[in-house]
Design a protein around this ligand. Structure first.
Ligand code: MG
Length: 280
């Protein structure tokens, strides 16, 4: 495996061979692989992706699971559809996450991650207990595969996530820190959140966005190309260094249009390389 630099620039991409080749063309050597809920995780897919990352000499730090039926249209829809909170899909998504963990293990990947959804803050709520116990089981499954399990930030304030994280209490549990989510959901300043969560952060998304629009309860902010939103990439990267984070800076861009997404990713790679060089 390649030796990566501290805070090397990486890219998150969804399982598409062409996208991997295009990301490589930006001079990127590492990133995260997203697995759509609809992808068949059979032996052929395993063999194909194993061959692809070997051929491209690409280091996958984390395999991310997404689930069928999720929608990020607005905050109420996220509450009803994302992660392990919706009761009707909970068992199926637990099973799917185990499959994603096994798929990642076959690729030699040492971490899995996902959005767990809006966890209730009341520890006596049966839904809270069910989600916490499910996360414990998944963390234990990942541990058997030699993996960490990363919870993505943003749908709750940092203190609420820390409280849940400590209650789950698993040694291989970590946080995938996404500063833009905290802004898009209006849950707090991401740089201050790193003071609270920093020691548990095992991977990051470099993503940008605007705060939710005023006077529209339940609306999410808009995701923006890196450097064009409210995060402040210089201060984000500087803060990561300050809290001792050394893993890759993984660009995530969610624009619907693939061409727009690739153009923005290319620009984001250049921006982050400039920032990390200036702060080296
Ligand atoms: Mg993210």
């Amino acid at each position: 495996m390649q030796h990566l630099k501290d805070r090397e620039v990486g890219v998150m991409f969804w399982a598409d061979r062409d996208h991997l080749a295009r990301i490589k063309a930006f001079g990127v050597r590492c990133g995260q692989l997203g697995i759509p809920g609809s992808m068949d995780l059979n032996a052929t897919a395993e063999a194909d992706w194993k061959a692809a990352i070997e051929q491209e000499h690409f280091v996958i730090g984390t395999v991310f699971a997404a689930y069928n039926g999720e929608s990020y249209a607005d905050i109420p829809t996220v509450e009803q559809t994302v992660g392990f909170v919706p009761r009707s899909s909970r068992d199926a998504r637990e099973k799917r996450t185990r499959q994603v963990s096994d798929f990642a293990a076959a690729l030699g990947v040492k971490s899995i991650g996902c959005h767990i959804g809006f966890v209730p803050e009341d520890r006596s709520n049966p839904e809270y207990v069910a989600v916490r116990d499910l996360v414990r089981r998944l963390a234990d499954h990942a541990a058997k595969n030699g993996q960490t399990f990363a919870l993505e930030t943003g749908q709750e304030p940092a203190a609420a996530l820390l409280s849940f994280f400590e209650d789950v209490d698993r040694p291989n549990l970590g946080i995938n820190f996404d500063p833009a989510n905290m802004i898009l959901y209006g849950t707090g300043d991401p740089i201050e959140a790193l003071d609270v969560l920093g020691k548990h952060v095992i991977s990051v998304h470099c993503k940008d966005g605007d705060w939710p629009p005023m006077g529209q309860p339940g609306a999410l902010g808009n995701e923006r190309p890196l450097g064009k939103g409210a995060v402040g990439m210089e201060r984000f990267v500087a803060k990561l260094k300050e809290v001792g984070y050394k893993g890759p800076l993984v660009i995530e861009r969610e624009a619907e249009n693939q061409e727009e997404r690739m153009i923005d990713i290319g620009a984001a790679v250049e921006l982050l390389k400039r920032i990390t060089n200036a702060q080296a």
